[in-house]
Ligand binder design. Structure first.
Ligand SMILES: Nc1ncnc2c1ncn2[C@@H]1O[C@H](COP(=O)(O)OP(=O)(O)OP(=O)(O)O)[C@@H](O)[C@H]1O
Ligand SMILES: [Mg+2]
Length: 501
């Protein structure tokens, strides 16, 4: 699944004409509401898409335009190929519902409110549209839309805080990394951000780019692709062959155009033993972070690469945002949508899986498969399930990425939780790790910090003693205790072998 997606923001891109975007059939529309409002309708169309993952249908457009032309449903039906019953009873009620949700500000939207909204949008954006239309005819401006897949956001819950924080960050920083465990929703969040800013002209991005690194492309190929996606302001001579020179060209483009560049699944670069490629990428990111430009790089990653971690600790850019599971309300919506109705049981699942949407979906799938959807029966046979993706991530972590100290910390935590209570104090953890490994306290602290940043261990302050306590989420605890691939305890031996070979 190679994913490239380029969208230009400020509305100039995907919907230059509402009719032409939806194809021939819409150009046959019988009602005319003027070009200006037609353009404003594009905004409504985008908002509808964000809300429900589907653009306005032909019938819905007819109803909106008919309403704005003061036509009754009968008249709209007569001028169309649809029956009055279908328009009035099936399509219209749902259409006004969704419009009320999107632009109603808590009130029901009718014809008048819709007019008002379109006029406001129009006032705000018409100048922008005009400018962009002019830009489009400029042969030097080759901004284009390249087809590709970004995660589906048609069913998106919660994350309001993260989205508004991210919108602030993308205006202040050149590099932001979204770090979190498998399936927690990093890519979906980045996709939602892109969708939202593509209809919010004030964010001022000229170009939105989505690129998945799942297949760990060669750096030179990636740069070549990015250069192609961001057109130069002035015509340029042929591309240099050397990677560093190509990076310089890319940075020049990122200076001249304000781009939001999402590099998804960044952790793929750290799989396998291609150290040369890692070094190359490391240098590339250093340059992107340190050299002047007006664009923003948004990375999503399951792991926090050492390079970036060092910069975070030194409080340099890049900005790092730890992504946790969905909050209870959002996770509850997700479970209800998946068909679970027992609120109490849902709460238990949310707590166990820490609101991780992928884990929750996987567990519901298994409840449906093995217990015929009977949550009661599932809870009578309680077990903590681990999704394939989560397990693959932990295999990768324990097999390749975690240090001996980090592993030992996790083992001690798991043992302590199984033996006694749910959490361990810092001093206790320090003692236990020290009994097993002779490492300095500062090394243990650094290891704990990195595990926390990657959401592999949980920490919180005891409200009474103010002491910091640590814990493991159930899925990780189960993996550490069961050690399904022998990577948790037997890794010391296999790691040495791997290095020697
Ligand atoms: N806010 C959300 N609302 C509803 N569903 C969500 C949300 N966030 C994520 N999901 C769903 O959870 C699943 C995992 O999401 P996503 O792929 O974004 O996770 P990820 O953190 O990028 O995982 P990975 O580390 O494997 O790339 C997907 O099915 C996605 O649709
Ligand atoms: Mg992802």
């Amino acid at each position: 699944m190679d994913m490239d997606f380029v969208s230009e923001s400020r509305h100039q891109h995907s919907n230059p004409s509402f009719a032409s975007k939806r194809g021939e059939n819409l150009s046959k529309e019988v009602f005319s509401i003027g070009v200006a409002l037609e353009l404003a309708l594009v905004v409504v169309n985008d908002l509808v898409f964000i809300k429900r993952g589907k653009y306005l249908s032909e019938t819905e457009v007819l109803i909106i335009k008919g309403a704005l032309n003061d036509r009754e449903y009968e008249e709209i039906a007569t001028h169309s190929t649809y029956s009055l019953n279908y328009i009035q009873r099936t399509v219209a009620p749902q259409l006004w519902d969704i419009l009320s949700e999107i632009i109603g500000n808590g009130e029901r939207v009718g014809k008048k409110k819709l007019w008002y909204f379109l006029e406001q949008v129009n006032k705000k954006y018409l100048i922008q549209f005009a400018l962009n239309k002019k830009e489009k005819t400029d042969p030097n401006n080759l901004l284009k839309v390249s087809k590709g897949k970004v995660p589906d956001i048609s069913k998106f819950y919660g994350r309001a805080k993260e989205l508004s924080y991210l919108k602030e960050l993308i205006n202040k920083h050149r590099c932001i990394s979204l770090v979190g465990v498998a399936g927690v929703g990093k890519s979906t969040l980045a996709a939602k951000l892109i969708a939202e800013i593509s209809v919010e002209p004030r964010t001022g991005f000229d170009c939105l780019i989505w690129k998945s690194l799942t297949h760990a492309p060669l750096l030179q190929d990636l740069i070549g692709e990015l250069i192609e996606l961001i057109p130069p302001l002035e015509p340029e001579s042929t591309l240099p062959e050397y990677t560093q020179a190509m990076i310089s060209i890319l940075i020049k483009r990122l200076q001249s155009r304000r781009c939001l560049l999402v590099l998804d699944a960044f952790e793929a670069l750290f799989q396998g033993n291609n150290f040369a490629q890692r070094l190359e990428y490391g240098l590339f990111f250093h340059r992107l972070i340190e050299e002047e430009h007006q664009s923003c790089l948004l990375l999503t990653s399951r792991i926090l690469p050492d390079d970036i971690d060092i910069m975070i600790r030194a409080e340099q850019s890049p900005e790092y945002l730890k992504i946790d599971g969905l909050d209870t309300d959002a996770a509850m919506e997700l479970l209800v949508e998946q068909g679970l109705t027992d609120k109490e049981k849902c709460s238990e699942l949310i707590e166990t899986y820490r609101g991780n949407p992928l884990e929750l979906k996987a567990v519901v799938k298994r409840i449906n498969h093995f217990f015929a959807g009977d949550t009661k029966m599932f809870f009578e046979n309680p077990t903590t399930l681990i999704s394939n993706e989560f397990q693959a991530m932990l295999n990768e972590m324990f097999g390749q990425l975690l240090s001996e100290t980090q592993k030992q910390i996790m083992i001690c935590l798991a043992e302590e939780i199984v033996l006694s209570s749910k959490t361990t104090s810092f001093t206790k953890l320090l003692n236990q790790v020290n009994q097993k490994l002779s490492v300095s306290t500062s090394e243990i602290i650094t290891a704990i910090e990195k595990l926390e940043r990657q959401s592999l261990i949980e920490s919180f302050k005891d409200p009474l003693t103010k002491e910091i306590k640590f814990s493991l989420q159930p899925v990780i605890r189960k993996y550490v205790t069961t050690d399904p691939r022998g990577l948790v305890r037997g890794s010391n031996h296999s790691l040495k072998l791997a290095i020697a070979s």
